[in-house]
Design a protein around this ligand. Structure first.
Ligand code: PMV
Length: 326
């Protein structure tokens, strides 16, 4: 690497999993237990700047201008090590991150951060990577980050090895006018992060059945999206989310991500759909409820969510763009 600092900045959006990935076949390289499908979330963004600087003694992380010497610096350094190994350098880096949405509460902030980090760091290291390679590498930082490399509706393959575990987009953002209305019920950082959660997945007797049934759910979800059929999408999304939370609840020790407000919202959203609104719910590893709605019904659904007891704020995210350099 040259003696002067090498820098690059990238932006990526988080994504919401419609068919969830939970559990790893190989935890050390985040080889997912099952394939997944997601929508990239437009308007929500993480910006990551990476500067490899030979004058530094070790990696430095600044998030929103505040320096972090602890978590998540080791995880970020470990990710940068993969890139440093690929180009044969040990130059430390200065990493600056900024997001315009709350981190750690089930809005998959790690998906956006690790997608942007992978893109920025590989560019700063002058390592040319095609989108599948970026996706594969982003997966090593955070499993869901492999999907945030891409725009719109994205599928991640479980693969048999590192080489074939990556994602690709199967429909662009404008393909379907649906939107994620994210009901924020808690902005606190979640107590058990998803890395620890994935490690507990095999302790649930339900995980095997969830993984074995994943191809069926993936097919139904992909077909619902490509056919723009809301009701089949709603059915499979809610079932998939409930199956993941059933695994979490039955792990040893059990993981409780749902709050009383999450449960009340899940019930309400299903009943709104029964009365004709195109709305359904899905939740990642946190209490916030992602309410997927058709754009034509979204004003009505958003106004109901805003006045729902316990909802602090409602974010809106249409299908979003791919990770990009700035
Ligand atoms: O990428 P991770 O390690 O934060 O795991 C993501 C796990 C879920 O968000 C719950 C599901 C998913 O597929 O995004």
């Amino acid at each position: 690497m040259p003696a002067n600092p090498q820098t690059a900045t990238a932006i990526a959006s988080p994504n919401i999993a419609f068919i969830k990935y939970w559990g790893n076949r190989d935890q050390s390289i985040r080889l997912p237990a099952n394939g997944s499908i997601s929508m990239t979330l437009g308007g929500l963004e993480s910006r990551v700047a990476v500067t490899f600087d030979p004058r530094l003694e070790s990696d430095r992380l600044e998030t929103h201008g505040v320096q972090f010497d602890h978590d998540p610096l080791p995880r970020i350094s470990h990710h940068l090590d993969l890139i440093r190994e690929m180009v044969g350098t040990d130059t430390p880096a200065h990493i600056e991150t900024e997001s315009n949405f709350p981190a750690g509460a089930g809005i998959a902030s790690s998906s956006a951060v690790f997608a942007a980090l992978t893109l920025a760091a590989s560019r700063a290291a002058s390592l040319p990577l095609d989108p599948p390679s970026l996706s594969r590498l982003a997966r090593r930082g955070s499993g869901s980050a492999c999907r945030s490399i891409f725009a719109g509706f994205v599928e991640a393959f479980a693969g048999d090895s590192d080489q074939d575990a990556f994602a690709q987009s199967f429909a662009p953002p404008e393909y379907w006018r649906i939107i994620d209305l994210i009901a924020i019920v808690d902005k606190q950082h979640k107590r058990i992060g998803s890395t620890a959660g994935h490690a507990l997945a095999p302790t649930s007797p339900l995980q095997k059945a969830r993984v074995a049934d994943a191809p069926r759910r993936l097919d139904l979800c992909r077909q619902a999206i490509t056919g723009r059929n809301f009701l089949p999408l709603a059915t499979i999304l809610e079932q998939d989310s409930n199956m993941m939370h059933a695994v979490m609840l039955t792990s040893n020790p059990p993981l409780f991500y749902l709050s009383p407000t999450s449960l009340a919202l899940m019930e309400a959203i299903s009943s709104w759909r029964a009365s004709g609104l195109r709305a359904c719910y899905t939740l990642d590893a946190g209490p916030n409820v992602h309410c997927i709605t058709h754009l034509d019904d979204s004003e009505e659904v958003a106004s109901r969510l805003r006045v729902f007891p316990g909802v602090e704020e409602v974010l809106q995210a249409p299908p979003g763009e791919a990770a990009r350099l700035v």
